[in-house]
Design a protein around this ligand. Structure first.
Ligand code: KIV
Length: 266
């Protein structure tokens, strides 16, 4: 648990980079989970459009809508007492025009009380990021593997075009983003980017030389049992625990052992 319980702010991210104080980020999609993660001391809660896969059960994030993001981000922002809450702009709610991006990001901030938005893309997003930041909307960038581009990329693969990804991260930083996610790139490239850019890098599948780390909470808690990518560490095996608990309940009901005296009213 951090000693400092005051709410995390955007300027804290810059300060933490200069202090080399690692930043912890986890995804969250609902009130009780966000309360638990926040209480356990995570610095930042990301309402990721990964909810399309881990909550909705789709194979990609492409179907997630802005209204769905608002529904989830509102619950998470209401639960968080200390952590900074960032919400993803979903596919095609910001790529069409700067005007569209301003409207979508504005809705996210105004209707959910989250503090910042995240969007995918590097050089192609410079005008958009500049416009959002000028309007007072903090932006977290996202380069390397961009899940919203999965159709173009042909799958979820490690991205190795070093110069392109470095230029993208630099462009996102120069446009005014306060942090940038580096997804699925080699450790050496993530280290080069972390040294080169002035804003914190938040890695997922990008090795230890980032300023912070992010994981999808369902992955790190072992809730998604058929998806175990190399970059995930399982801090719990909740999938196994849930199955054992439910099997015990079913057996108790079948045998007439539940409810017992203590769970019944006189
Ligand atoms: O959608 C998401 O959860 C993300 C993280 C994996 C970085 O973008």
């Amino acid at each position: 648990m951090p000693n400092d319980t005051r709410p995390v702010t955007i300027p804290d991210f810059a300060a933490w980079k200069s202090q080399r104080r690692p930043i912890s980020v986890l995804t969250a999609y609902d009130f009780p989970t966000a309360r638990l993660l926040d209480g356990a001391g995570v610095d930042c809660l990301l309402v990721g459009d990964s909810l399309g896969t881990v909550i909705q059960g789709w194979e990609t994030t492409l179907r997630v809508t802005l209204d769905q993001m608002i529904y989830h981000a509102e619950m998470v922002a209401r639960a968080a007492r200390r952590a900074l809450v960032v919400a993803d702009l979903p596919f095609l709610t910001y790529q069409v025009s700067t005007r569209q991006a301003l409207r979508s990001a504005g809705r996210l901030l105004k209707e959910t009380n989250c503090q910042a938005v995240k969007l995918e893309g590097g050089r192609s997003m410079v005008r958009t990021i500049t416009a959002l930041v000028q309007a007072g909307i903090p932006v977290m960038g996202h380069v390397g593997l961009q899940p919203q581009a999965v159709r173009r990329l042909g799958g979820y693969k490690v991205q190795r075009s070093s110069e392109g990804i470095l230029t993208d991260a630099q462009a996102v930083a120069d446009a005014g983003a306060f942090a940038v996610v580096l997804e699925c790139i080699p450790t050496s490239l993530a280290a080069r980017i972390t040294d080169a850019v002035s804003i914190p890098t938040i890695g997922i599948g990008a090795g230890p030389r980032c300023d912070g780390q992010v994981l999808v909470v369902h992955d790190m808690l072992g809730l998604i049992e058929n998806f175990r990518p190399k970059f995930v560490r399982h801090y719990a095996e909740l999938g196994q625990q849930v199955r054992a608990a439910v099997a015990a309940y079913v057996a108790d009901v079948a045998a007439g052992r539940f409810p017992g005296e203590v769970e019944s009213f006189r």
